[in-house]
Design a protein around this ligand. Structure first.
Ligand code: ADP
Ligand code: MG
Length: 409
């Protein structure tokens, strides 16, 4: 067999496939075409599949010469698939697949048994599909009669596999771009709606002053100026949240130092305390077992506390806001618990509140960015957050931070 000619014809088939890459193609359709071209151009290939890794799962995307209905249902925990032991292999893998199937894990066996019921022998070539350095799945071609694949078959599968990787990379870039565009329109609507509201108010109040300047009493003017001041302040805080959130999306240096935790907590709370309503009691309690110093980025920690305690204070109209600081000896973590008797958050919204611009209560001012900022900052400080809430009763937010940041950031 003429190797070079074979590879050339592979290139030809792929050129044909490339010309069909229009930009909006469906992953499954494309993989199906690619697999069929691969199998037709590798003489020993009789059947094949393409699998993708989805977090902890391994899913068949398409099959060739296999029953579509069966292929569609092929999904196994990655750990249970026989590829798991080859998962770091970057090059072509040749497997006596039938032998692997004789000794599979139970889950994998049940799923794949149907596919190979008829076969008494099977060798498989697998090639990893990658986006960047990350293995995202595999392309497999199967043979039911031979003992080995030829070198040409291996070379060909490498070419098709690389082509599939290019497609996956393109697709992931496209998806990222789409997400960024969506985010842009969210930003835009934030600016045109949220930021514009106080601006419209400012315009209205100042117009009232200008129009009625001869007829207004000093008190009336004072009242309008006060409204202008409050609206400007609100607008300023919206823009400052937006700017903070934007910065967090970029890589940013962390400044870890040893700080005095008690001091940091009091300093943060003093920023939001003026907003406390007169019917609400604010209690701060430190347990005795707390080490004095904590290794953290003080500005970021302060921002987290200001947002969390600030929300508790802002959303609570009566009752109390309790801030309780303790140390968990088992995990060596500082635990900051902020408990309020505010309106609470419905269970099905507990995840949503961390998304940018999401606001459940519109009766209080805010950007909806506070918790999105908090979430990012907590990740950077290697902390954890847990929310418990009951509508009508109140909300408890637990923050946990390691005493020492030892891992790489
Ligand atoms: N302590 C709380 N009690 C009740 N609801 C809260 C509390 N904290 C946050 N929320 C809800 O989560 C939403 C998102 O919070 P956040 O991101 O800080 O935005 P913002 O406070 O600017 O609205 C708030 O609009 C509010 O509906
Ligand atoms: Mg907030």
């Amino acid at each position: 067999m003429d190797c070079e000619n074979d590879i050339l014809s592979n290139f030809e088939l792929m050129a044909e496939l490339s010309s069909q890459l229009t930009g909006e193609e469906n992953e499954k359709e494309f993989m199906k075409k690619l697999l069929s071209v691969a199998i037709k151009s590798i003489p020993e290939a009789e059947a094949g599949t393409i699998w993708l890794i989805d977090n902890t799962l391994y899913k068949a995307v398409v099959g060739y010469n296999y029953d579509d209905d069966i292929v569609e249902k092929l999904i196994v925990p990655l750990e249970d698939s026989y590829i798991y032991k080859y998962i770091d292999v970057q090059d072509i893998i040749e497997i006596d697949a039938f032998k692997e199937f004789k000794n599979p894990s139970r889950i994998f066996h049940e799923n794949v048994k149907q596919l190979h019921e008829k076969h008494e022998n099977m060798i498989t070539l697998a090639y990893p599909l990658k986006v960047g350095d990350e293995i995202k799945g595999h392309i497999y071609v199967d043979n039911f009669r031979l003992k080995k694949f030829s070198e040409t078959a291996k070379k060909s599968l490498k070419i098709f596999g690389s082509f599939a990787s290019t497609f996956l990379t393109l697709k992931s870039l496209r998806d990222e771009e789409k997400k960024a565009n969506e985010m842009n329109s969210v930003y835009l609507s934030f600016i045109t709606h949220e930021v514009r509201t106080p601006l419209t108010a400012i315009l209205g109040y100042s117009e009232s002053i200008l129009r009625g300047k001869d007829n207004l009493t000093t008190e009336e003017i004072f009242d309008l100026v006060k409204r202008i001041y409050l609206s400007s302040k609100h607008m300023n805080s919206l823009i400052s949240d937006l700017s903070t959130f934007n910065k967090l999306n970029r890589e940013e240096e962390m400044n870890f130092t040893e700080v005095h935790l008690k001091f940091l907590v009091y300093e943060s709370i003093s920023i939001v305390e003026p907003q406390l309503s007169p019917e609400v009691e604010l209690n701060i309690k430190f347990e005795n077992n707390i080490p004095e110093m904590i290794e953290t980025d003080p500005l970021k920690m302060k921002q987290i506390l200001v947002n969390i305690v600030g929300n508790a204070i802002k959303y609570t109209d009566e009752g109390y806001v309790n801030v309780h600081i303790s140390f968990d000896n088992k995990t060596k973590e500082f635990v900051i618990m902020v408990k309020d008797t505010g309106p609470g958050i419905p269970e099905d919204k507990l995840n949503d509140i961390f998304k940018p611009f999401v606001r459940l209560a519109k009766n209080k001012p805010g950007s909806g960015l506070g918790l999105a900022i908090v979430k990012r900052l907590i990740e950077k400080l290697m902390g954890r957050i847990h929310v418990e809430s009951e509508v009508g009763k109140g909300t408890t937010i637990e923050l946990r931070f390691p005493q020492k940041i030892t891992a790489e950031v």
